[in-house]
Design a protein around this ligand. Structure first.
Ligand SMILES: [Zn+2]
Length: 228
């Protein structure tokens, strides 16, 4: 069942009106949901599981990613799952993905946006637009903070705009056994706190750069544990 195609000249409120019943209540409340957690907590696995669950119910979705650890246009997970995905590039408009699909007669019920903390701020605004004006659910997955323990700009915007925010409940443990919370960037066996927010090593371990999830205490102390 094709949905109406919103065009650039359409009244942006039209989508809202179309989703309301006679009493003004939303018939389908699309939502922007942000799921966050440190590295290794299973975000991409959960993203693909969610995609699978929705697809099994007959819903149609698109999967997007940015700088996946495979460095290819797919979502890969640390436990070996993989799924083709659309790479979110600088100039990409997420709304165009939906418009293009609809133009080809392909329904889009939801977007799965993996590695969303690496997206641009405009992409987060587009996610909100897809929910509010296109009635498309958007499920975003990503890190909250970078190696300096500061929020990624896109993650901050998601915290500000999302209808719901959930910390992924798969626990990653620090070497001390406490809950892992923060991603330390490790170069030559030492925790570093300055540098580019995103480097290639963020998603692919290299000889020079690796990441280790630490509890707050050991992140702040810069202690990597007995094996380091
Ligand atoms: Zn610790």
């Amino acid at each position: 069942m094709a949905r109406p195609l919103p065009g650039p000249d359409d009244d942006p409120r039209r989508g809202c009106a179309a989703t309301r019943g006679a009493d003004g209540r939303p018939l389908h409340a699309a939502a922007l949901r942000f799921f966050w957690g440190p590295m290794d907590c299973g975000k991409s696995t959960m993203a693909l599981q969610m995609n699978h669950n929705h697809a099994r119910q007959g819903r149609r979705g698109l999967v997007t990613t940015r700088i996946d650890r495979s460095l290819g246009p797919q979502v890969t997970t640390r436990i070996g799952l993989a799924h083709a995905a659309i790479e979110v590039t600088d100039g990409l408009d997420l709304r165009d993905l939906v418009n293009d699909a609809w133009a080809e007669g392909v329904r889009v019920d939801y977007l799965i946006c993996d590695e969303a903390s690496f997206y641009d701020l405009e992409h987060v605004e587009q996610m909100a637009d897809l929910v509010d004006n296109y009635d498309v659910d958007v499920y975003a997955f990503g890190l909250a903070t970078d190696f300096r323990s500061c929020l990624f700009p896109a993650a901050r915007r998601l915290f500000e705009l999302a209808d719901s925010v959930a910390r992924i409940q798969v626990e990653v443990l620090c070497w001390c056994g406490r809950e892992g919370l923060l991603n330390a960037r490790v170069i030559d066996g030492r925790v570093v706190r300055e540098g580019e927010q995103v480097v290639i090593g963020d998603t692919v371990d290299t000889a020079d750069v690796r990441y280790q999830v630490l509890c707050r205490r050991h992140y702040r102390a810069g202690e990597l544990g007995p094996r380091d």
